[in-house]
Write a protein that binds this ligand. Structure first.
Ligand code: PGA
Length: 250
């Protein structure tokens, strides 16, 4: 059975103090929360160490939003998987559309990052999704297909249980425009079929595939009711404890 994963992506927001405040609220909530659900917050690098102390012993997992593919070396300004493991981080977002778009991250680069994350037992959340132009050209399926095939290139089946995929149509991120739950489910089912082609039915039926893009307390239940959607990657609405709690508790 696939356990839904509700993940907050704080992006470039929150000081350490703000991060701890938000995390403390979520930890308090999670103590009484007994639905079968995984909860994750993906915070800026600067807050990870302090957050780990607050989240320790709670149900809430800790994630980073990016990492470098090399283990160490002369890469000024970068953060490695080893450093994230050192803090006790559990997951890392790889290939968010903002990284692809503003930092020119290619599928080939993301593939290297995923391999390094897996090597260090960090669970990568591989983000895929089409732009508005690609959707208008009816190219959404071929776009996610190539992002999946290239992103997972040469990754052995034994690692697939440690990988999460997030389908985030770029036109729905931070725009207030959510894909309809049917549109999201259609592409997520398609992604599952691509995984089946690559790794077989056992993997495709077990892999967690989230939806992301303007998920809020008011639309979470409808989205999560779809057959193939196993969770949400939440940006803006994860910055307010009460709103994020509504989503976790859909
Ligand atoms: P949003 O962001 O919820 O603010 O649309 C989602 C994401 O970028 O992961």
């Amino acid at each position: 059975m696939r356990v839904p994963l509700i993940a907050g992506n704080w992006k470039m927001n929150n000081t350490i103090e703000e991060s701890l405040d938000l995390a403390n609220n979520l930890v308090e909530f999670s103590k009484k929360f007994d639905k079968n659900r995984e909860i994750l917050i993906c915070a800026p690098f600067t807050a990870l160490h302090a957050l780990k102390k607050v989240l320790n012993g709670s149900k809430i997992k800790l994630g980073a939003q990016n990492m470098h593919f090399e283990e160490s070396g002369a890469y000024t300004g970068e953060i490695s998987a080893v450093m994230l493991k050192d803090i006790g981080v559990d997951c890392v977002i790889i290939g968010h559309s903002e990284r692809r778009q503003y930092f020119n991250e290619s599928d080939e680069l993301l593939n290297k990052k995923i391999k390094t994350a897996l090597k260090f037992n960090l669970k990568p959340i591989l983000c895929v999704g089409e732009t508005l132009e690609q959707r208008e050209a009816n190219a959404e399926k071929e776009t996610v297909r190539s992002q999946i095939i290239n992103g997972l290139h040469d990754i052995n089946i034994e690692y697939l249980k440690n990988i999460v995929i997030a389908y985030e149509p770029v036109w729905a991120i931070g725009t207030g425009k959510t894909a309809t739950s049917k549109q999201a489910n259609e592409i997520i089912s398609y992604i599952r079929s691509v995984i089946k082609e690559l790794y077989g039915v056992n993997v495709s039926e077990n892999i967690i595939i989230q939806y992301g893009g303007s998920v809020k307390g008011s639309n979470a239940s409808e989205i999560m009711a779809e057959s193939d959607i196993d969770g949400a990657l939440v940006g803006g609405a994860s910055l307010k404890a009460d709103e994020f709690i509504k989503i976790i508790n859909y």
